[in-house]
Design a protein around this ligand. Sequence first.
Ligand code: OOG
Ligand code: NI
Length: 465
Amino acid sequence: MPASTFMSSDAIRAAFSAAMSVMYRQEVPAYGTLMELVSDINAATLQKQPALRASLEATETLDRISEERHGAIRLGTEAELAMMRRVFAVMGMFPVGYYDLSEAGVPVHSTAFRPVDEASLRINPFRVFTSLLRLDLIADPQLRVAAQKTLGARRIFSDDAIALVEKAERDGGLSRADGERFVAEVLNTFRWHEEASVERALYDRLHATHRLVADVVSFKGPHINHLTPRTLDIDAVQDEMPKRGIVPKAVVEGPPSRACPILLRQTSFKAIEERVSFPDAEGNLVGGSHTARFGEIEQRGVALTPKGRSLYDRLLNETRAKVRPAADGSNAQAYGAALKESFVTFPDDWNAIRMAGLGYFLYSIVPGADFSTLGGDEIEALVEAGVVRFDPIIYEDFLPVSAAGIFQSNLGDAVVQDFVASPNQRLFEKALGTFVLNEFDHYARIERTSIEQCLAAARAVSAAA
Ligand code: OOG
Ligand code: NI
């Protein structure tokens, strides 16, 4: 088949993200309530801020502003991760970043599968934060073996899904009909299974090790555990949640609210308790409950350089040393105040952030700019002369401390078990079957390319003059 008749990987991803949204709203009605709230707040924010509206109108599709930006799954085995990489590749999603959550007491390590180039991000930015369970962190050897056996026996992808992945790899793409079948088949992998695949006693032992271990091992597949639309005002959504009957987590993760947003702010409603059933030795089903699935929202800002990121990390640590957010929200105000106070030292002006080398920016030529008297050797001279402008490059990745906060609040915060951290990126990449893209290198490359393009254009104009 000629490549031009393939369904584009961007279109497959957009269809997948839309199908996930519909499925998750049916599975978790509170998520539907959150989506309505987000869309109301986004509409109100656009009405109150005409300048924001104008800038979004120029750069994005306004009617899709409240769509999902990411979701998350947790896998049980290396083979599942390797196959998942191939599934996401069909949708134009590639592994970016490595997150070792064991450092924060969560026994997984993770990457984010996401579109990488700007054009694909614009069409549909959907990402899936994908974690692999660290069975080696289960201390009890007997339990570890039982978990391994359970996971080894399950098949999370249908034969048709695998066949379509192989076809896409062989032919370089899928027809529209195959692309649609692929979405429907793959969607099943992320479905919720009310019926556990382990007996109650094993579930309880897994749960006692870590709630996350029970969530990954006890079910037939890696159910999507949350989806995350984008909000234009995260604080307003956080405040409104209780009025709509949903319980927000104690605090918003990430930086405080600022004039120039940095990185990523996130919050969620607390995971719901759901009825599940466990098979017993006689094959009868016994009732129980499981708490894992929730809804989240995000608001993104500029990607930070390693220097900016280490300042961010230092200020966040400083805040948490002063006030550690309690799970019940009792010190949420004090935490918010401490966060604001610490971040006073982080410049809150785009040019100051840029001049201090804290963030990544995209440089572009101002339309109609007059270059005639300028050479093309120094980007700064072009910026000062007003012929080149700079805009923040949005952070498209995740934050380990925030992710840990999201995990914890949705697994019951009461017991925060500790696991010994060890850097396992190599092992993770071996299981994945490829390297993950380093997010800092990626943003640096986008910035550098934009600078080179501006300089080349300026040189061409001054040579012709
Ligand atoms: C993933 C938590 C991480 C985020 O937004 O930081 C995440 C999980 O709970 O499986 O999605
Ligand atoms: Ni998330």
